[in-house]
Design a protein around this ligand. Structure first.
Ligand code: ZN
Length: 248
């Protein structure tokens, strides 16, 4: 597969034409630093025609950089999620925007730049953002993964804020996600109902999780949920793409 470049100038070969999507669009996003589990999942995603989004927190060392390159080389979106996972609004309020960029964002961006990885996606740590943090980060990124406000433990399928009609999604820079995993009390029947709704109404939804592994606990994505979820989405004709695949 061709290397995907997202510098705003070079064409991304996977860029979506939203008008051609008729049975819903799903963004699978993963945060933090599971560089081993994410790499292991690459063949599964490739076999199932899924492009996902991975936003790294922490130090981007050699192993993390290799993971990012492997994900990008497989057509996935690679984003950033800050060095120390600090809440942006509070950090900026107490220490200022320049300190936030210097301490949390620039160290990661510098490593990516040196490695030739253009980055345009940012996942706000803990989904916390406000006008000031958004204005600051809009200078560096154009796609933002945030939350949709779903109360933890609630069913997703009837929570309208988790869904956007595809006709209203053109030019959207916010991807309002809901969490999936044990911590979020996710259930396969509810997630399948989310997919049924997406396909029926031609809507867009975003989910976020963290590590990927068999029997994963806590905030992580168990393969026992991911595999049937992807299978159901495929059977319904739902497109699964990365954030960078949306034109901006
Ligand atoms: Zn995180």
């Amino acid at each position: 597969m061709a290397q995907v470049v997202n510098d705003g100038k070079t064409a991304n070969p996977n860029v979506l034409n939203l008008k051609e999507i008729t049975h819903g669009l799903l963004f699978l996003t993963f945060d933090d630093h599971d560089v081993v589990g994410w790499r292991k999942a690459i063949p599964f995603f490739a076999q199932n025609n899924v492009r996902a989004t991975f936003s790294l927190s922490g130090v981007i060392d050699k192993e993390a950089l290799e993971c990012m390159k492997a994900l990008r080389g497989s057509g996935h979106t690679v984003g950033l999620h800050t060095l120390h996972h600090a809440d942006a609004p509070e950090y900026i309020k107490t220490k200022g925007g320049a300190a936030y960029m210097k301490d949390e964002v620039k160290p990661q961006l510098d490593v990516c730049k040196k490695a030739g990885l253009a980055i345009s996606t940012f996942a706000f740590p803990n989904n916390k953002y406000d006008d000031a943090s958004l204005e600051l980060l809009s200078g560096k990124f154009c796609h933002f993964r945030v939350g949709c406000g779903l109360p933890r433990g609630s069913a997703v399928a009837n929570f309208d804020k988790a869904f956007t009609p595809i006709a209203e999604f053109e030019g959207e820079k916010f991807f309002r996600g809901f969490g999936v995993g044990e911590y979020y009390s996710s259930r396969l029947d509810d997630l399948e109902a989310v997919l049924d709704r997406l396909a029926k109404n031609n809507e867009v939804a975003t989910l976020y999780s963290h590590g990927i592994a068999s029997c994963a606990k806590g905030v992580n994505m168990p393969l026992e949920l991911l595999v049937p979820l992807v299978s159901h989405a495929r059977s319904l004709g739902i497109v699964m793409a990365g954030l960078d695949d949306v034109p901006w």
